[in-house]
Design a protein around this ligand. Sequence first.
Ligand code: DSN
Length: 417
Amino acid sequence: MRHLKGSDERVYRAVLGEASRQRGQLEMIASENFVSPAVREALGTVFTHKYAEGLPGRRYYGGCEFADQVEELARTRATELFGADHANVQPHSGAQANMAGYFAFLDPGDRILGMNLSHGGHLTHGSPVNFSGRFFEVSAYGVRESDARIDYDEVRETALRARPKMIVTGASAYPRTIEFEAFGAIAREVGAIHLCDLAHIAGLVAGGHHPSPVPHADVVTTTTHKTLRGPRGGLVMCREEHAKAIDRMVFPFIQGGPLVHVIASKAVALGEALSPGFRVYGRRVVENARLLADTLMGRGVRLVSGGTDNHLILVDLRDRDLTGKDAEQALERAGITVNKNTVPGETRSPFVTSGLRIGTPAITTRGIGPEEIRTIGGWIADILERPRDEDGIRRVRRQVGEMCAAYPLYDQLASST
Ligand code: DSN
């Protein structure tokens, strides 16, 4: 970073601070991950200079020969990885990928059926504070009170009553397998388009650790930076018959010029996800999450749905004198970064909450395995039991530092972050 150091000391210092934060703490936010040096390198390439509106071979600008090459690589790798007919790799984010998916089929005022935000859904699945809740009539499904799992019979009944034009599947805080086949059957029965937002579990699906929605959905959207371990960004895949509609929505309806440097980085990440090592990574993510769930439950910590099938767990704090916000802050003081999260049946505000979402994708990338997971689970349980014991928190902070030093992040790039 010698250029940055010389030209903008304040930004340089912030980057150094963030690099040191990431190295010295356990990143357990379920939607975050660490990319490979190659993925990061691609982000800083000269493609950041290039305008390339349009699609490979059909651009509105000259000089797109190499932009075409990286976009074509990204598209081909995405379709190969997920077995999809068509991919558009231009969405700047998951929210924009969803917007493209919605507007390819819907007009303002049409009805969608999505998962309730406080039951694990996402803002863009119909929340009133998001464009999706503003443009569309929204009906919601949630999880069963008894076991916190999606009740597919109830989803079907809701769909038959609401007659949505689109059913949105996928979640941000649902620790269990999603039965995309069942959703696909319901969508067909009510004549709805099935859009699956795969963001959280895309890497698990790519690695074969969660059933794929591709055979059962008309459109599959995802972010590229969560379990998929790519740069921040979005991706839409669809059946061939919908390809033109999706492409037209991404550009020119929603976006202008694509971020070619990000697309180059997506191509690298998708290439990595096609390698056998990525399958092993995904298996470890899930094994680590299961072991963490068992360790915490063994210490009397309540988990929504009593465990996990994927990369995340949702701690239910309603039986304790502790909010999600206070628990998040106590864990952060101990060097364990998680996020407060609403739980099904939530009574507190989203800024306070009664839950914590904890994920294993990033620490697994770092190399952390079963032995450390048992230790980390013990630390988390200790802090949830005594969140105001600052001596205990300081003790854990020291041990977290030692564990992080044993699993260095970007060791080979230490001097350049
Ligand atoms: N904000 C993301 C998450 O943390 O799950 C979803 O977009």
